[in-house]
Structure formats: C-alpha cells, structure tokens
Design a protein around this ligand. Structure first.
Ligand SMILES: [Zn+2]
Length: 166
C-alpha cells in the first residue's frame, strides 16, 4: 500500500481510523499489494483525461480504478471544514473496500456467495445505472461493510479474507 497526499492533515486520521484498526485485527499492509491511495490529488494518468471524456465526471467523485496493473483509491476533494474527518475516512475506506473485492473476490460467484452468507447481505450482482453511473449493489454493500473498520465494527469475514484464512 502506498499513500500520496496533498494535505498532510489527513495522514494522522488515515493511520488512526484505517491503518491501526486493521493492524489490531492482524491484517497486514502486505495484504494490499499494488494499492495506491490518493488523498487530495489525482494520479497523473487521470489528470490527462480530457474534460469531455465520459469518464471525466466520475473522476471528480471519490472512486476506485485500475491502471496498468496498479489499483487506485482516489479521494480528490477532501471537503475540509465541511465534513467530519471520520466521514472522509469512511469514504476512503469504502473505496479501499472496492479494491478488496476486486482483488480478493474477483468475479468468483462462490466467493461472493460466501461473503453474502457471512456478512448477512443479499447477493445482488446485477449491474445497473444510477444517476448516469454503473453500479452493482453487492459491490457497494461489500465496500460499506469493509468501511466499518473506521468505526471499529468490521465483520470478522473481512479480517479472515485479508489474513488469507478463508
Ligand atoms: Zn462504492
């Protein structure tokens, strides 16, 4: 896991609300290979995307994306002084959740069924469009479940998955 930031104010909360709770659950940072967190800035390859590209609006929101074998969680706007820092950390953790299901569950239906059972969620992998963006409900539920780490309430499933114990 690598972190790039614009605003160092966000480093202590990332450590306090995301890194430390994971370490407490025996999740090692090596469980996140090729993951790059961008806090307050965008990766160079995204900065080159033209404003008239259909992808451009989505890049302005917090998002998860892959590029040349690397994975990126990007929270460009930090809404400093507008949102509580824990809410921003929840957003960042949510995007990391998308990394986790992309890398660990991939499109393995059996793995998704196991997640639904252990996380007590309904499995819904049907892609839909919502406000112009593609969305898969179980991807969002998975990411939200992972992001509970910020509140110290992560379902044990996620820790087992990331420790390679499933
Ligand atoms: Zn999401």
């Amino acid at each position: 896991m690598k972190i790039k930031w614009k605003d160092t104010d966000f480093i202590p909360p990332i450590i306090k609300h995301i890194i430390e709770p994971m370490l407490k659950q025996n999740i090692k940072l090596s469980a996140f290979p090729n993951l790059n967190l961008y806090v307050g800035l965008v990766p160079d390859f995204e900065a080159d995307i033209p404003k008239d590209s259909p992808w451009y609006p989505n890049l302005r929101r917090p998002h998860y994306t892959e590029h040349e074998g690397q994975h990126y969680c990007v929270v460009k706007d930090l809404w400093k002084n507008l949102l509580p820092v824990t809410s921003i950390m929840h957003t960042l953790a949510h995007e990391i959740g998308h990394y986790v299901h992309t890398v660990y569950l991939r499109e393995d239906l059996i793995a998704w069924e196991q997640w639904a059972k252990e996380a007590h969620k309904k499995l819904d992998l049907v892609p839909r469009f919502e406000m112009g963006y593609p969305k898969v409900q179980s991807f969002e539920d998975f990411a939200n479940g992972f992001a509970e780490v910020v509140n110290g309430r992560m379902n044990p499933y996620y820790a087992k998955l990331l420790r390679g114990k499933l």
